[in-house]
Design a binder for this molecule. Structure first.
Ligand SMILES: [Zn+2]
Length: 197
């Protein structure tokens, strides 16, 4: 195993394991990190512009089917998840926290950013449809989940955010964030940036 090479075609780097830089026995460190960021060893993150028509078609479909029992059930489950995600302390460092806790914080942030269950459902359906249409893409659950989460995260990290910070000693403290997305961008790069943590 000591000279094993990465399984991605065209990549001749040693596997992370054989390089002594990880446990991955089939992929190099670069491609392992690529998968962590994009949900795929080799497929990149979709651009917001590619997703947009799919998400708006999905939103139209959802509007036309909002009385469908399955749609209604998914909507109310998602509404419950958002409503019960608890308060978020923006100062919390998520690094090292268990996945379940991080997921709860992610949903709480979406709620605080005013993202509706309808929008989240449209994103998930839109991403799934784009993946189906994207010849050469792949249909693993992880890729779909990561791509949908990144699209949702972009919405929640818009230009201006406002939320209430929980204060154990008194009323909640309003917090505002005015961050400018990395969109004044170099052509060819993802205009809305990557999800980083
Ligand atoms: Zn590689």
């Amino acid at each position: 195993m000591t000279d094993a090479r990465c399984a991605i075609p065209g990549c001749s780097r040693p596997t992370a394991f054989s390089a002594g830089k990880g446990l991955a026995r089939h992929h190099c460190r670069y491609h392992v990190q690529h998968k962590a960021r994009h949900g795929s060893h080799w497929h990149g993150t979709y651009l917001a512009a590619d997703l947009k028509p799919y998400i708006s078609a999905a939103a139209d479909w959802l509007r036309a089917h909002h009385q469908d029992p399955l749609v209604a059930a998914a909507w109310s489950d998602l509404q419950y998840v958002l409503a019960s995600a608890g308060r978020i302390d923006p100062a919390t460092n998520l690094r090292g926290q268990p996945a379940k806790y991080r997921a709860r914080v992610a949903f709480a942030r979406l709620r605080e950013a005013g993202i509706s269950p309808d929008r989240l459902m449209a994103i998930y359906i839109g991403v799934s449809a784009l993946i189906e249409d994207d010849y050469g893409s792949h249909r693993t659950e992880e890729f779909r989940t990561v791509q949908a989460a990144k699209a949702a995260h972009r919405l929640a990290s818009g230009t201006h955010r406002r939320w209430e910070m929980w204060n154990p000693l008194g009323p909640s403290v309003p917090v505002e964030l005015h961050a400018y997305p990395r969109c004044q961008a170099t052509p060819g790069t993802d205009p809305l940036g990557d999800m980083k943590n």
